[in-house]
Write a protein that binds this ligand. Structure first.
Ligand SMILES: Nc1ncnc2c1ncn2[C@@H]1O[C@H](COP(=O)(O)OP(=O)(O)OP(=O)(O)O)[C@@H](O)[C@H]1O
Ligand SMILES: [Mg+2]
Length: 147
């Protein structure tokens, strides 16, 4: 994931600059067994959302990609400091074509793709967020998953 996320950051360098966003990476991420292009697709969709909905009301537009691990899973987090999401929509936003914000363009497909990618890996995805306090999307990859 060090290699993948560094390359991802590099690939969107121009867009980050144009949109006035900082993408903050950790110095080291764990190695996982996963489908590289699908994992990239998940981060691309989360970052695309951060550009649209993660704009900070005051000050810096910052997106952080973090990681941790527990007994069973490698976890990656994508945190923005944007408008946030009310609790009643935390599950609904992963539905196909579901959208909360019509000020921005989109089809409501991105997060359902992220969920599909995590299902493919036998993992899970969820959001932690409060309105006005940004959002953190968690991707959990099971350590035991084979194939
Ligand atoms: N980081 C975020 N902060 C606040 N709201 C978000 C965030 N990411 C997603 N959302 C909300 O969840 C909805 C669903 O997101 P999703 O990525 O599935 O669709 P979209 O971005 O609207 O369209 P598409 O991804 O197809 O371009 C969004 O319309 C938005 O209302
Ligand atoms: Mg999207």
């Amino acid at each position: 994931m060090n290699v993948l996320l560094k390359a991802f950051q590099e690939s969107i360098r121009n867009r980050l600059e144009k949109e006035g966003f900082h993408l903050v990476l950790e110095s080291a991420y764990p190695t996982i067994y996963a489908n590289e292009s699908r994992v990239l697709q998940a981060f691309e969709n989360l970052m695309s959302n951060a550009f649209k909905y993660g704009r900070s009301a005051s000050g810096e537009n910052r997106v952080k990609i973090g990681s941790r691990e527990n007994e069973e899973e490698y976890l990656f987090s994508v945190t923005d400091n944007g408008q946030g999401i009310p609790r009643e929509y935390h599950e609904k936003i992963f539905g196909l074509f579901y959208r909360l914000d019509n000020d921005m363009n989109g089809s409501g497909v991105g997060l359902s793709v992220v969920r599909k990618v995590m299902q493919f890996h036998g993992g899970r995805v969820w959001v932690e967020s409060e309105p006005g306090k940004g959002a953190t999307f968690w991707l959990a990859f099971p350590k035991s998953h084979v194939g």
